[in-house]
Design a protein around this ligand. Structure first.
Ligand code: GDP
Length: 456
């Protein structure tokens, strides 16, 4: 991949379509010069960094728009290059015309993620911070936003960086031993090296573990609502969402298709999936619904099993739940319709299943139900380490680091020669470096930045 850093790039930084304003961004050595050629107002070349200027954009004699131009002079900008942001009126036609005009004057259309790629290549952000920019833009809940923000501020990479530096020191001592291999000297104290590797291994292990939570927070928690027809699943879904989304009906088995809605509990998104009933299908369409329930369960971390407490006894509830259980699936059993004064099933009969009694119709105990869903799915996943990994790429690199560190530990125990030890230490350093971008390949960068939108 050629980065073409000498080019000045241009793209729309705001979403496509019409809006009150649309912002066009330029970055590169000639960004201010090119903008100045099409701008009528002050001479932009003489203006200070971080200033805003009113004027117009003209194509020859044709007035395209009245705009505000913001100047960021290198290196005090997002990309550390000269950056110009032109705030136009948000007409798709105007924005396209201005971009075309800037391209005619020497700018090039930016590729996806190219602004952030430049910020990384110019040392403004490390790789995990650049990825955090994408996560922040994509975040759709408070928890996801906070994790992305923490990563953007460098918390995650700072911690890895200091561990990496300590390991680099040991690597150089072990390498030094190679130069004196005839003399059988030991510069790197094996016991100290072992302690450091153990310490790094703990942190790396915690980070790997945090991914379980991080991923859940980023993606949301798939939550299946299942139960026999007429248990009140649709009523409950509507009550939780305060909206009439699913069809409520008194005829058993009418929720034919699955309905997905997002419920935010304490900043975490729960993707609620309402399904057809689990009783035996009596017709073909319903059969599809039952199969879909099982399929949805296989993709979910949490199951809300709803039953009608006026109809079912302990045995039937247990039977239903045992049909739905699978390893790793957390289950909350919800006894519905307590407003009828029904006898509520004793929770003692069910192990490994959380239990709550509610009335979906009268919206009783719904807050308690939400809290239970939250604690059941998040419980045991919160790590003592404040840092949370949300990225599959980071997790894979951490796992490879861990494997290399294990080999270092085994190597120390087996008194392997320094050359073998050095190889494994270097591997661990390599994978740690892949996270922060100390070690990168073109493929890796291409892969990361091509997933960004244009203009980011
Ligand atoms: P689903 O088939 O599980 O989706 O059940 P529905 O939500 O369609 O509800 C079936 C019937 O039970 C409807 O007539 C609801 O009004 C009624 N229902 C649901 N929740 C409650 C509740 O908490 N109390 C009472 N008394 N009736 C309920």
């Amino acid at each position: 991949m050629s980065y073409q850093l000498q080019d000045t790039i241009v793209a729309l930084a705001t979403p496509n379509g019409s809006g009150a304003i649309g912002v066009i961004r330029l970055s590169g050595h000639n960004a201010i010069h090119i903008s100045n050629q099409v701008f009528k107002g002050k001479n932009l070349l003489n203006q200070a960094s971080h200033t805003i200027h009113f004027g117009s954009i003209t194509d020859g004699n044709v007035l395209l728009d009245e705009v505000l131009v913001s100047l960021f002079v290198a290196p005090k900008s997002y990309t550390r290059e000269n950056v110009v942001e032109i705030s136009c009126h948000g007409s798709a036609y105007v924005l396209e015309s201005v971009i075309k005009l800037l391209i005619a004057h020497g700018a090039r259309a930016a590729k996806p993620g190219e602004f952030t790629l430049r910020a990384f290549l110019n040392g403004q952000l490390d790789l995990s911070q650049a990825e955090a920019v994408a996560d922040l833009i994509a975040s759709d809940s408070k928890a996801a936003q906070q994790i992305a923000m923490q990563q953007l501020r460098g918390g995650f990479s700072n911690q890895l960086q200091s561990l990496r530096e300590q390991l680099v020191q040991f690597a150089s001592l072990v390498e030094l031993e190679l130069d004196f291999s005839e003399e059988d000297v030991e510069f790197a104290n094996r016991e100290q090296l072992k302690q450091l590797v153990l310490q790094i291994n703990i942190v790396v292990g915690q980070l790997i573990q945090s991914f379980e939570l991080g991923n859940v927070i980023k993606q949301g928690i798939n939550t299946v609502i299942a139960g026999r027809p007429n248990a009140g699943k649709s009523t409950l879904l509507n009550a939780l969402l305060n909206e009439e989304r699913a069809i409520v009906s008194a005829i058993p088995g009418t929720t034919r298709d699955t309905v997905e809605e997002v419920l935010n509990i304490q900043g975490v998104n729960f993707r609620l999936i309402d399904t057809a009933g689990i009783r035996e299908a009596t017709d073909a369409i319903e059969q599809i619904g039952v199969e879909r329930t099982m399929e949805k369960i296989s993709q979910s971390a949490l199951l809300m099993y709803v039953f009608d407490s006026t109809q079912l006894g302990t045995e039937e509830v247990e039977q239903d739940i045992s049909q739905l259980q699978k390893p790793g699936l957390k289950i909350v059993a919800v006894a519905n319709k307590i407003d009828t004064g029904s006898n509520i099933l004793s929770p003692v009969a069910l192990t490994d299943v959380e239990f709550i009694a509610i009335s979906a119709k009268e919206k009783r105990n719904l807050e308690q139900l939400k809290n239970l869903l939250f604690t059941t799915s998040i419980k045991g996943k919160i790590n003592t380490n404040e840092l949370t990994v949300t990225n599959v790429r980071h997790t894979e690199a951490l796992q490879k680091t861990q494997q290399a560190l294990e080999r270092v530990l085994n190597g120390i125990d087996d008194y392997v020669t320094p050359d073998f030890l050095a190889i494994d230490i270097k591997q661990a350093l390599h994978y740690l470096g892949e996270i922060t971008g100390n070690v990168t390949t073109d493929d890796l960068l291409e892969n990361i930045f091509s997933k960004f939108c244009i203009g980011k």
